[in-house]
Structure formats: C-alpha cells, structure tokens
Design a protein around this ligand. Structure first.
Ligand code: SF4
Length: 356
C-alpha cells in the first residue's frame, strides 16, 4: 500500500515542539486551518463568510463539540481572530493548502491503485456537510482522510472534536461513492499518527452534532460562554467572547474573573533628556521645566515610568506622587558611562532617585 508518510508534508516540521498545556492543547484546533479550509469551503458553498444555510463545514463540527459558543461566533457571526495557535496551524497546513486535487473518481479506483491526494474538497448534500480533507490516502477503492493538527493528542488519543471532524469527512467520502471505514489524525507537536475507526457510535455522534449545530446556528443569540473552563485561555476568540465577564453579568457563580486577555497599558514612559531639566508636580501632572524656563506637563495618569538622563532633578513632591502610583523612576548618570540605575521599585515605597 503506497501511503504518504506525514513527515513528507514538510510543513509539519514548522509546528511547535512541546505539548500544549490545558484540557485540550490547541485551544480550538479548528482555527489552525481556518483560512485555508474556510476559504475553500466558502468557495464550495458560495458564501463569502464561510456560512451556508445548507452545507455545514466539517471543521465547524469540531468547533461545536469544543464549544457551541465558539461555533456560533465563527460560523454564524463570522468572527475570527488570530492567536499563536492559529498562526502555527497555518504553517502546519501550508502545503496541503497549496497542493490540491488529484483524487480520481470513486468508480475509477481499482484494487492495487494507490491514492495520495492533498487538499481534497468534497461535499454531501444528503448530509448537508462540506469538508476540505488535508490529505486523502489509500489503496484500491478504500480511502482514508488524513487530518493534520498542530497540537498534541489527549491522554487517551485524539480529542473528540477532532474525531468528529474526521469522521464527518469519512461520511462525506462515503456519500461520494468511496469506501471509507477509518481515518488518520496526525498531531504535529508530538508527531503521532492515530488511525480512527469510523464505528457506529462515532458515525451517530457526527449526525447528532450536525443536527444540534444547525439548531444552534438558527438561534438569534449565541449560546452562553462555558463556565470556568480550561478551554477558554487557549481559545482564539477569548477576547471577543469575554467568557468570565459575560458569565458574571449573567449572574453565574464564579470563583474569580480570570484575566484571560492581557491588560492594555495606555500609559507611556517620560524621557527627560535635556540637561538641567527639573521635574516637579502640579496637580495631577508632572511639570517638566527646562533651563530656558519653558514648561511641559504630562498627566500622571499617562505615565508608566520616568527616565532621567544625566543632570535632571526631581522634586520631593513629584517623587512622592510617582511612588504613590507605583510609577518607577530610572536615573542614568552620564558621568559614569551612562550606567543605568533604577530607583528601588516604587512598590518598595522608597522610590528615591539614585545617582551613580
Ligand atoms: S472563550 Fe471559552 S466560552 Fe468563549 S468561545 Fe472560547 S471556549 Fe467558548
């Protein structure tokens, strides 16, 4: 049997090198092939946003099993945001996204034929599903879809969302006349390849998930966020979904509102370069007075830290105001070769400028 080895897909070498933490390592795995698959599926279904009233992308079944709200945000509201995972996933899929076609019609396959077709796009009106299969391999009239994931498998093997997505591809193949009783999931992080049999339970699960997903897609509002879920920190849409904030407003009992999105610091540094400048305090502002008497004011609110270069003075009032707000002061003395010296952290309550 002439099968294509995963390592022949050179792009996999670009995947991350360590297993991802969390309940499921890739956050939502599906966004890792977001652009390639969504664009192809959208082209197949004639919907620029990747949505179709009739055909549901198999990739979206993966999203739905992972989190129904994620499915709704992506499939219905066409939201998308890149994360480290989605960018790494794009690398994993770059070759299969580039190479497409080469799949002979099912009726032309004969015993002894080998198949290795990347980027196969197929749909089934009867199932109401469309899928872009990363690689189709096999021999004779038996084919197997191969799905590339950038992450790592779970303790017990492939994650359920990945198995559902793969089996959906298998069902689509069957509906197009191919024999398909199993598929393969290749995890680039661990370089593991799993054969997934399409048993009756998994097939039934695909049908049920597709049915549930269609019902949710028809709703006016997205499902509520998961509560305190370890999936959220790795979810690329966490900044759009705001799971803990929304749950708090909905009255859910939360132990804490996790900081899942880095805080944006609007404040910036104040550099004092001109020799002889004095930094004082006026109201809630720093007043920078130059030797020629001209002044400039900066709001304390907008100040992240103050950097003094050479001969510059800071008034006791300014030091106190900065220390109270935990704004550090850095002082670099030109006379000692510009050796940088930081004040003790303002958090230590002794934020006094120190000369070298
Ligand atoms: S942040 Fe959490 S609740 Fe929101 S879409 Fe992602 S996984 Fe679902």
């Amino acid at each position: 049997m002439a099968l294509t080895e995963p390592d022949e897909v050179g792009a996999l070498e670009s995947g991350p090198t360590g297993p991802d933490p969390g309940a499921r390592p890739v956050g939502p795995d599906a966004p890792d092939d977001e652009e390639g698959n969504a664009a192809a599926e959208a082209a197949a279904t004639g919907d620029a946003a990747g949505r179709s009233p009739t055909l549901l992308p198999a990739r979206m079944l993966n999203e739905f099993v992972y989190c129904p709200r994620l499915f709704f945000l992506e499939h219905v509201q066409a939201e998308f945001a890149h994360s480290e995972d989605t960018l790494a996933g794009r690398l994993v899929h770059r070759r299969v996204d580039r190479e497409q076609g080469g799949l002979p019609p099912a009726e032309e396959l004969e015993p002894g034929d080998s198949v290795a077709a990347p980027g196969v796009l197929l749909s089934s009106e009867r199932l109401g599903l469309v899928a872009r299969i990363d690689l189709l391999e096999g021999d004779g009239d038996e084919v197997r879809p191969v799905d590339y994931k950038k992450g790592a498998p779970g303790r017990d093997g492939p994650w359920e969302p990945d198995r559902v997505q793969l089996c959906a591809q298998g069902l689509i193949l069957e509906n197009n006349g191919y024999r398909c009783s199993s598929g393969v999931i290749y995890y680039a992080t661990t370089r593991q390849r799993f054969v997934v049999p399409f048993d009756a339970t998994l097939r039934q699960r695909v049908v049920e998930v597709a049915e549930e997903a269609r019902k949710v897609a028809a709703q006016a509002l997205p499902p509520p966020p998961l509560i305190d879920s370890p999936k959220c920190p790795r979810c690329s849409l966490v900044g759009i979904c705001l799971p803990d904030e929304i749950n708090l407003l909905r009255g859910a009992a939360l132990t804490e509102v996790r900081r899942l999105v880095p805080a944006r610091d609007d404040a910036g540094p104040v550099y004092v370069l001109e020799q002889g400048t004095t930094v004082g305090k006026r109201g809630q502002r720093l007043a920078l007075r130059r030797p020629d008497g001209s002044e400039e004011a900066v709001r304390l609110l907008d100040t992240s830290h103050v950097c003094l270069f050479g001969n510059a003075q800071v008034s006791a009032q300014a030091v106190r105001a900065l220390a109270e707000r935990e704004i550090p002061i850095f002082h670099t003395a030109r006379t000692l070769g510009c050796a940088p010296r930081a004040t003790p952290s303002a958090r230590s309550s002794r934020a006094t400028p120190r000369r070298s």
